[in-house]
Design a protein around this ligand. Structure first.
Ligand code: FE2
Length: 198
């Protein structure tokens, strides 16, 4: 079943257009309902750490298929959405997510993940609850642009998003990702669709 869903991405232009390379993982959309804002995705991590506390635009449920990670859960001490600092996101609990673990993270919660290389998860996200995601403001790098000549305020702070670097997946990258998933025994080595070429 999962093999068929992954291979369908190669022959479905709409699903393939949704595949992307994210700073901390590669993501394939296996199924989606745009009207309801529900997406079923496969996430493959190179083993990076998401050490900056962050939230998501939506609530989601994750099921771990391979690998493991340490998961730090935080909660908001003031508002239930919008920007925050680390001080306003006190520690809730720390869990170890392993193969077979399944959890739901509500959009108002904040978390950090430290993933083992080649951790693969099945990810179901719900509709957007806020216009964008947020990360702890005091833990993001900031760049200071040149002064504005017509303004007495001398500095313009540009916030760097923790999602910077996200881009669409190239087809050659998809083929390599598929091989990697097969080597990890997450999907079958042999395609049942026999149409993975462009
Ligand atoms: Fe996250």
């Amino acid at each position: 079943m999962l093999t068929n869903l992954v291979d369908r991405v190669a022959i479905d232009e709409v699903l393939f257009a949704d595949a992307d390379h994210h700073p901390v993982m590669d993501r394939l959309t296996l199924w989606r309902d745009i009207d309801r804002g529900i997406y079923l995705r496969l996430h493959v991590s190179p083993g990076n750490n998401e050490l900056i506390p962050h939230d998501h635009k939506y609530s989601f449920t994750t099921y771990i298929l391979r690998g493991s990670y340490t998961h730090v859960w935080r909660r908001r001490s003031v508002s239930y959405s919008g920007s925050f600092t680390a001080e306003k996101a006190p520690l809730g609990l720390v869990t170890c997510e392993q193969v077979g673990s399944c959890y739901t993270l509500g959009y108002s919660l904040i978390h950090q993940t430290m993933m083992e290389a080649d951790t693969v998860t099945l990810f179901m996200r719900g509709p957007g609850e806020q216009s964008r995601s947020y990360a702890a403001l005091d833990m993001l790098d900031r760049t200071v642009s040149s002064s504005r000549a017509d303004d007495s305020e001398t500095e313009l702070i540009e916030e760097r998003r923790h999602t910077d670097g996200q881009r669409r997946l190239e087809f050659s990258e998809f083929v390599r990702l598929r091989s990697r998933l097969a080597a990890l025994r997450v999907i079958d080595a042999i395609s049942h669709t026999d149409q993975i070429s462009r």
